[in-house]
Design a protein around this ligand. Structure first.
Ligand code: S3P
Length: 424
């Protein structure tokens, strides 16, 4: 797909539902008693993989587009699937479902696409095995395909070496079925949607600092969930609005959970003009409309505790930093190497090909802003966030940019290109 430099972006936009929250609403709804009604569910390929996995385990899920109805089977109600569960491209589906499957009274095999078959699963199989889980990586490489045989689980305390909500959530979900309390401590707090939503479904779960504790549950109860707009998708329009001169965008109903909203702090630290309107709080997840006005930005340093709160936004932050004055340093972000692609490598290569001054480091990158970017051919590596990042960079680059595999945005934001075009 080809992209060209564009003029200012103007108008209003409503961003599709949050991917992390959409996944969890289907998973917890499947384990609950009664019906869970989900509004603004993200109809992206990743969340559809979650629906399909739970349908294969006997859960009746009506996807009506504007709303999804999950007719829960109760906490012990999943059935052995007749086929291998295909998690597609979705790390969240793979890791969270694994936590649930460790406690079922059947054996399941999980797999996914070429990218998911390379992503590390040892980070979940280690703690789940400590709880008593029986998991076998069929290729002996610490990745899916993985066979999980349900077994009795023990409550543990786990100190995770990585700040990862997927790891934390897999352990907490297994903890629902353990013989006593389970807790997970992280180096820094990662997104807390599991904790917030499981509590809404009736689980006994609490957080103290960087530790989340859960007690075994007898039952969860179906809920009505209003999924906020995904800040990780809004991030592309926030960045575009700031860097494209003369832009003014009003982005409606964005989730601003503090464990997700690091990008907003970074934009403000860089001098970005953001105004928050209509702040509200619906059963656990805060939202706001965000008014973005183009701004002259300066470089900043991003490291430490803020990293997990903007981990998926680092590609677009790196692109934005190319248009800021001075140096931007991203550190403590080695996790980027094990996302849908190696996002440090892919970002550094792509931005360099476009003429930016970017240096790779072992846990991030250093960007010298202020160089004019020129169009180039960019391989998205079928990573949705990379494709969207370079589509925004292309709006500011001289000449033509071609993005290979651009259609991969269907993972998290199927209408992205249409929305971008409409605002021009
Ligand atoms: C997610 C957690 C993050 C994030 C991913 C979604 C989740 O991964 O990158 O896109 O829904 O829990 P990690 O928890 O592995 O950092």
């Amino acid at each position: 797909m080809k992209f060209y430099k564009c003029g200012s972006l103007k108008g209003e936009i409503t961003i599709p539902g949050d991917k992390s929250i959409s996944h969890r609403s289907v998973m917890f709804g499947s384990l609950a008693k009664g019906t869970t009604e989900i509004h603004n569910f993200l109809q992206g390929a990743d969340c559809l993989s979650t629906i399909s996995c739970f349908r294969s385990m006997g859960v009746d899920i009506e996807n009506r587009g504007d709303k999804v109805l999950v007719h829960g089977q109760g906490i012990r109600g999943l059935k052995k699937p007749a086929c291998i569960l295909d998690c597609g491209n979705s790390g969240t589906t793979t890791r969270l479902i694994s936590g649930i499957l460790t406690a079922q009274d059947f054996t399941t095999t999980l797999t996914g696409d070429a990218s998911i078959q390379k992503r590390p699963m040892k980070r979940i199989t280690d703690p789940l095995s400590q709880m008593g889980a029986k998991i076998r990586c069929l290729n002996d490489n610490g990745c899916v395909p993985m066979e999980i045989t349900g077994s009795p689980l023990y409550g543990i305390h786990y100190s995770s070496p990585v700040a990862s909500a997927q790891v934390k959530s897999a352990i907490l979900l297994a903890g629902l079925y353990a013989d006593g309390e389970t807790s997970v401590t992280e180096p820094y707090v990662s997104r807390d949607h599991t904790e917030r939503m499981l509590s809404q479904f009736g689980a006994d779960i609490r957080t103290e600092g960087t530790t989340a504790h859960i007690c075994p549950a007898r039952e969860l109860y179906g809920q009505k969930i209003l999924v906020p707009g995904d800040i990780s998708s809004a991030a592309f329009f926030i960045a575009a609005g700031l860097i494209i001169p003369g832009s003014e965008l009003l982005i409606h109903n964005v989730g601003i959970n503090p464990t997700r909203s690091g990008i907003l702090k970074v934009c403000q630290a860089m001098g970005g003009n953001l105004t928050f309107l209509n702040e509200s709080y619906d059963k656990g997840e805060p939202t706001a409309d965000i008014l973005v006005k183009s701004s002259s930005l300066s470089g900043t340093t991003i490291k430490g505790a803020i990293i997990p709160t903007l981990i998926d936004e680092l590609p677009i932050i790196a692109a934005m930093a190319c248009f800021a004055d001075g140096e931007t340093v991203i550190r403590d972000a080695a996790e980027l190497k094990v996302k849908e692609s190696n996002r440090i490598d892919v970002m550094v290569r792509g931005l360099t090909t476009m003429g930016a001054n970017v240096q790779e480091t072992n846990d991030g990158m250093i960007i010298q802003g202020g160089k004019t970017l020129r169009g180039a051919v960019i391989d998205s590596k079928l990573d949705h966030r990379i494709a969207m990042t370079f589509a925004i960079a292309a709006c500011m680059a001289e000449g033509e940019t071609e993005i290979l595999g651009a259609e991969c945005v269907n993972i998290s934001y199927p209408e992205f290109y249409k929305d971008l075009e409409r605002l021009q």
